[in-house]
Write a protein that binds this ligand. Structure first.
Ligand SMILES: Cc1cc2nc3c(=O)[nH]c(=O)nc-3n(C[C@H](O)[C@H](O)[C@H](O)COP(=O)(O)OP(=O)(O)OC[C@H]3O[C@@H](n4cnc5c(N)ncnc54)[C@H](O)[C@@H]3O)c2cc1C
Length: 490
């Protein structure tokens, strides 16, 4: 029987484990942390009875994931839920934009920009059910829906600023800029619209939902599915070296640099160079809050929204992105606030609610983000501080200590530069193959990138299974347990 070790138990590690086990491979997952799950955990971070998502919280793309569908997680109780408003972007004095589920509902409230919003996203939403299959894959692939993908690609390939400049009102421009900011790169670069276009279209097609019971509920289902398939799990053990595992396949749910360390001299020199050059995104610093009666936003839509982008107008969003990518703390940072309890009331205790917030900071920013975040929220919701009963912060260093993949606080598995959007983690027709026989990279540093969709792990596992079938994808018994170290740490 073919055997595999998966190093790391994030959603991609578990997706790889489930996909391989489903193909008849005997799988063992080894996780460095004491709890499995990587970025997919939920817990009581502030007060007893309040359920917070530790990392991933909102999942506009996950319901569309072929992996999630094939793993039949709905049978295990996976339920999606959206707040009455998917996303709001306050601008002050109660004004601002909001993303509602339907394009028409959003357009109606965008005034003069309504028809432009509808013209931009309407046809993409109609195609989304098909096109998403191509979006959740490497950019370089044979598309299943070439026409739809071409329409999507024509917009996604633009600088985000080209999309906002087709809109007139500050609310509509800020709304799109805020969604594009999830790529954590300046709004002027080629294809900097891609993440914004994908997320906006997904939100209109299926919402910007949370998981009932917290993102940790999805983790529990993945762990159950894996256990049903006989996958073994070991926690509290960090893998440093291929020598430590004696299986036919090794799947690495790690950063490219960690993969290069683990693989050592078995990694071809060109891949080793590419993995070590791989660029990480700016960081995120997080603040969880217990808030009595919720946040008193001036903007009515924000009071009913699952996600609130507190980033100011388009110019401010752009300036903050520019600063963090240049390693500077912005004077007015971009803050994301999560009010998951509005979609999933069971996460609150009476009138005390778990609120999730983070702000974009330079990579490795050492500071405590509490005041950065609360000062920003207070501008759009005066009186918030008086309602806060408890807080819990996580700096970029604490994040990386808990999960080595969060380099400098990077939550998206690597910078979304144009080069890394197309060729992630390196230019190759099989971005999952490391070039070392039987060893594959399966983390969010591979396509299609960040998120809890599991598609990186699923596609990496399929690549491994294909390689096995052609007799090219297995570690040779002679090399197992005998890797050398020359490539390490360079
Ligand atoms: C604060 C924050 C907010 C986020 N918000 C969202 C969101 O709202 N929506 C969304 O879709 N995504 C969000 N994300 C991103 C999402 O969590 C990640 O894209 C996703 O978890 C990536 O999955 P992964 O399996 O590739 O890696 P991870 O989830 O990072 O898991 C990697 C695992 O591998 C382990 N590991 C690493 N090296 C080793 C080693 N050498 N030996 C053993 N184990 C090792 C780590 O300990 C970790 O458990 C957020 C992330 C963070 C941190």
């Amino acid at each position: 029987m073919t055997t595999a070790t998966v190093v790391g138990s994030g959603p991609n590690g578990l997706a790889a484990a489930i996909t391989l086990a489903d193909a008849g491979v005997r799988v063992r997952v080894i996780e460095a942390a004491d709890r499995p799950g990587g970025g997919l955990k939920s817990s009581e971070l502030t007060l007893p009875g309040l359920l917070h998502d530790e990392c991933a919280a909102f999942h506009p793309l996950v319901p569309w994931s072929p992996f999630v569908r094939e793993a039949r997680l709905a049978e295990l109780g996976l339920r999606w839920s959206s707040a009455p408003v998917e996303l709001a972007h306050p601008l002050g004095d109660g004004r601002g934009g909001a993303l509602h589920r339907s394009v028409a509902g959003t357009a109606t409230r965008l005034g003069e920009d309504g028809h432009r919003w509808e013209r931009t996203f309407g046809h993409l939403v109609e195609d989304f059910d098909h096109v998403v299959e191509d979006i959740l894959r490497p950019v370089l692939h044979l598309p299943a829906h070439p026409l739809g993908l071409a329409r999507f690609g024509a917009l996604a390939a633009l600088p985000a600023r080209a999309v906002t400049s087709a809109l007139r009102s500050p609310s509509a421009r800020a709304l799109f800029a805020g969604v594009a900011a999830h790529a954590l790169r300046p709004l002027g670069g080629p294809a900097s619209a891609s993440v914004g276009v994908a997320l906006t279209t997904a939100a209109h097609a299926g919402g910007w939902p949370v998981i009932e019971g917290g993102s940790g509920a999805l983790l529990d289902m993945l762990l159950r599915r894996a256990a049903d398939l006989g996958v073994e799990l070991e926690t509290g053990r960090r893998v440093h070296d291929l020598d430590e595992v004696e299986t036919d396949l090794v799947m690495l749910d790690t950063t490219p640099a960690t993969a290069a360390d683990i693989i050592g001299d078995a990694l071809p020199a060109g891949t080793a160079r590419a993995y070590r050059r791989f660029q990480h995104a700016p960081g995120v610093a997080k603040l969880d809050l217990a808030v009595e009666r919720g946040i008193p936003w001036l903007q009515a839509d924000a009071r009913r929204a699952g996600t609130v982008h507190v980033g100011g107008d388009e110019r401010e969003v752009a300036a903050a992105l520019r600063d963090v990518t240049r390693g500077r703390l912005p004077a007015r940072p971009f803050v994301l606030v999560g009010q998951q309890y509005l979609a999933d009331p069971g996460r609150s205790r009476g009138d005390v609610h778990p609120v999730y917030a983070y702000c974009h900071v330079p990579s490795g920013y050492p500071g405590d983000p509490t005041d950065l975040i609360l000062d920003r929220i207070e501008e759009a919701a005066p009186g918030t501080r008086e309602r806060v009963l408890a807080t819990r912060t996580r700096t970029t260093a604490e994040a990386q200590l808990a999960n080595a993949n969060l380099v400098g606080g990077d939550v998206i598995g690597g910078a979304s530069t144009t080069r890394q959007l197309v060729g992630r983690p390196r230019w190759s027709l099989d971005p999952y193959a490391t070039g070392a026989p039987g060893v594959f990279l399966c983390s969010a540093s591979t396509p299609p990138g960040a998120g809890a969709h599991g598609m990186c792990g699923y596609l990496a596992a399929r690549s491994a299974v294909d390689a096995l079938a052609t007799g090219t994808g297995q570690r040779s018994r002679g090399t197992q347990g005998r890797s050398t170290r020359r490539n390490r740490g360079r």
